[in-house]
Design a protein around this ligand. Sequence first.
Ligand SMILES: Cc1ncc(COP(=O)(O)O)c(C=O)c1O
Length: 403
Amino acid sequence: MLLLDEAAPWHADGHWQRMDAATAAIDGPFAALSLEALAHNARSMVARSAGTTLRVATKSVRSRAVLDAVLRLPGFAGALAATLPEGLWLSETVDDVLVGYPTVDRAALRALAGDERALSRVTLMVDSLEHLDVVDDAAPGHPPIRVALELDASFRLWPVRAGVRRSPLREPERLRALAEAVVARPGFTLVGLMAYEAQVAGVQDARRRGLAPPVVLRTMQRLSVAELRERRGAAVGAVREVAALEFVNGGGTGSIELTAADPSVTEIGAGSGLFGPHLFDGYRRFSPAPALAFALPVVRRPGRGCVTLLGGGWIASGPPGPDREPIVAWPEGLRIDPQEGAGEVQTPVLGAAADRLALGDRVWMRHAKSGELCERTDVLHVVAGDQVVESVPTYRGEGRKLL
Ligand SMILES: Cc1ncc(COP(=O)(O)O)c(C=O)c1O
């Protein structure tokens, strides 16, 4: 069992050397998780949340052992799952699972309807009557199912539109109207509300990204936080007149302190800050430790200043671009050959440090995103101090997957 509250403090100095020495006996490719860095990141997220509960975004973790370890820490409670099959599975041990994205999975809905424990633990996300119809069609006459409504938290100031395209519910009155319809409909209990400000939580503000220079981006984020505070507050007030809400969820790793400052929010959904992938290196307000990484063995030497690694093409989701590739974390001074990129079977890396590497030596890489790496590997080797203390399964290692 991973005990994060007993983990030693994390030190950046010598981190990669410790990870490499601890895993020397393991043949790559493999993924390794630093217990100290994970605990460091979890503590930092709790400190940033200033007393607002953190609900763990499981897509960014994808390992039950890690999820359970984080949920044992004060400051974290409940899972924000991605799919209903995942949510049902997690509800065997987690007593509060919000499936944060609508489901149309009929078999899973039937399973939910027939499982008393899951009915008390799992909450579905809906944003229209159509979602309720899907549930009724899949499991006619079902017992009361917990549902939450999602407010569109994107930022719009013509011609700017920033954030994710999810819920059509933008105005507080529309949210209230759907809340009334849900409350009036047999078979549903309205328990929560969610509004995820992706344009603040998921967009790095410290360095130039894509088209917008930081100053434009930061202005948009400032305006968005102010606009959402008003609108989310009004929406929560309107829905609370209709139903007694157990929770109002907002935010993500990148916005923890900003979302926590919104008085209408009762909890923050966050996960990426735990593993600290490289797309979270560019925020001004925090800087996670690189807790999760993967090691690829050197398998050949095409020439001076270059070695080729086995595997590596573990590209992250989102708009395709160089930032979705893994980056070389260690040894320093190596980079992926931009002409070839991270490959399906092999990845050439360039730099003077390549000439000091022997066949079989490992190069440490960091994934761009947090949980996707777990779809590529059965286990995470957990390093504490200078040894592997446990090897815990990912979802995949338990014969599961997220998506
Ligand atoms: C609904 C929701 N909440 C919160 C998050 C934040 O997750 P993370 O902290 O892993 O960025 C996401 C990420 O996509 C999300 O979709």
